[in-house]
Design a protein around this ligand. Structure first.
Ligand SMILES: [Zn+2]
Length: 465
């Protein structure tokens, strides 16, 4: 057989490449598709260690039992930060520090709502965060029941002097939360004296849901509160019988001047590229009901535990792992904004930002926002988590606290994907306690975050490159 001429070799190699491409593979000269297999053994160790220690769960229990709920501006939140800081130092995490943030201090005080007409009776209510109070006399007024903003506009002349009640059934959070946010100002523009909303959540066990409102410029600030779904439906039925409803609303709520708080930061410095950062976190503040175990003590516990697991195994990735427990997500987002401002110079050095704030439930994978190349790598890393059922990668990752820095630095964002169907049942209610979560699920979520964060931080080239 004569040897092939160079030209025939070239033709053969082009044909060969075409055949390889046709078979769905990459040509030999191109880069291999990214594989996370080199990290499989490490991933297994992280999962095994998480399951052996169950420390995220133990700490979440200690946090919520010891300090209870942790609204921004409260002594409980600051005491909890001091506790977590000391524990992080015991864990051997690096650069453990409190970065100062000024936060609002809203104090609920005593509050109540009661039917006066057509018959007397207490209603299950919670004032909305940042609401003004009613004054010591309370507000007694006839109720105008409306179904939507459009309904209010259509009957605007009836709102003057009344308590406007937005009785809007819960569909999705994004759809219904508008009434919590804007309802007070919308009604105040038409002369209403106070606002009630149906709680933003599904049917519960007569648990009202609090949450922040936003007063708009140019509208009088009037008190606003949420009724439990059962109480909202009771008012609706009375209204549909044609009976006039008079309520008495009494709220001591007050917004005080800003006070000092902080974001708690801890790191494992990278061994090769310490200036490049994989950011993890949740928000340490909560509403002033329940113990904030689900929203968002759990998110803090699992992201902190991710670093602790890496440290406990003696691992040090190429890049820096940083956990931030943010302050004041619930009624101000001051923590997320302060982080952005304090780290603006290194915003572009953030390789990935992950926030866990959708409940520390059974992990199924991650939701991710970023380039296609980065997504392919994330999907390959997630395959390491298939053994624990957390291998899925979906769209739309992100979080409120990481939002500002991610926007500034054009950073890929991620959030854990979990079986969180019950999230809005407990969200912002007195029922947000440890019992809503499962130790095995919290443990596996911490493990999944540890694996994802560690491998992204340890990639030879930056995520997406
Ligand atoms: Zn939250």
């Amino acid at each position: 057989m004569p040897s092939k001429s160079p030209r025939r070799q070239l033709v053969a190699s082009i044909l060969g490449a075409a055949l390889v491409l046709a078979a769905g593979q990459l040509p030999a000269l191109s880069a291999e598709p990214f594989s996370a297999e080199p990290w499989r053994e490490t991933a297994e160790k992280l999962v095994a260690r998480a399951r052996a220690d169950r420390l995220a769960w133990a700490r979440l229990a200690e946090l919520t039992d010891t300090f209870g709920h942790r609204l921004a501006g409260s002594a409980a939140l600051e005491a909890a930060f001091a506790w977590a800081r000391a524990r992080m130092q015991e864990d051997g995490l690096e650069n453990v520090r409190l970065e100062p943030v000024m936060v609002p201090r809203w104090v609920r005080g005593r509050e109540s709502a009661a039917l006066v007409e057509p018959f007397p009776g207490e209603l299950a209510m919670l004032g909305l965060g940042d609401s003004v109070g009613t004054g010591p006399e309370g507000i007694t007024a006839e109720v105008l029941v409306v179904r939507s903003f459009e309904d209010l506009e259509a009957r605007a002349e009836l709102a003057k002097g009344r308590i406007v009640f937005f009785d809007v059934p819960f569909t999705s959070y994004g759809e219904t939360v508008r009434y919590r946010g804007r309802g007070a100002s919308a009604a105040a523009r038409h002369g209403a004296r106070a606002v009630l909303i149906r709680s933003v959540g599904p049917m519960g066990l007569r648990t009202p849901h609090t949450g922040g409102l936003r007063y708009e410029e140019g509208a009088p600030r009037i008190p606003a509160a949420a009724l439990a779904v059962e109480d909202a439906q009771r008012l609706r039925r009375i209204h549909e019988r044609g009976q006039r409803i008079v309520l008495r609303l009494s709220m001591e709520a007050q917004l005080h001047p800003d006070v000092a708080s902080a974001n708690l930061v801890a790191e494992i410095r990278g061994r090769e590229r310490p200036d490049e950062i994989v950011l993890l976190g949740g928000h340490f503040d909560s509403w002033d009901v329940g113990t904030g175990a689900m929203d968002d003590g759990g998110g803090c516990a699992v992201t902190w535990e991710a670093l602790r697991l890496v440290k406990a195994l003696g691992l040090r990735p190429r890049r820096t792992l940083r956990v931030v427990l943010f302050t004041n997500e619930e009624n101000g987002l001051r923590g997320g904004l302060a982080y952005r401002d304090a780290h603006a110079g290194s915003a572009a050095n953030h390789v990935l930002a992950l926030e866990s704030d959708n409940g520390a439930f059974k992990p199924t994978g991650f939701d991710f926002t970023g380039s296609d190349a980065a997504r392919a790598q994330v999907a390959a890393i997630a395959r390491l988590l298939e053994p624990i059922g957390a291998g899925a990668v979906g769209p739309g990752g992100g979080g409120a606290d990481i939002g500002p820095i991610a926007l500034l630095g054009n950073i890929p964002t991620m959030s854990p994907q979990t079986e969180n169907d019950a999230y809005f049942l407990y969200h912002h209610t007195p029922a947000d306690t440890l019992e809503r979560l499962d130790p095995a699920h919290v443990t596996d979520l911490a493990a999944a975050i540890a694996v994802m964060a560690y491998v992204v931080a340890d990639l030879p080239a930056r995520l997406g490159e």
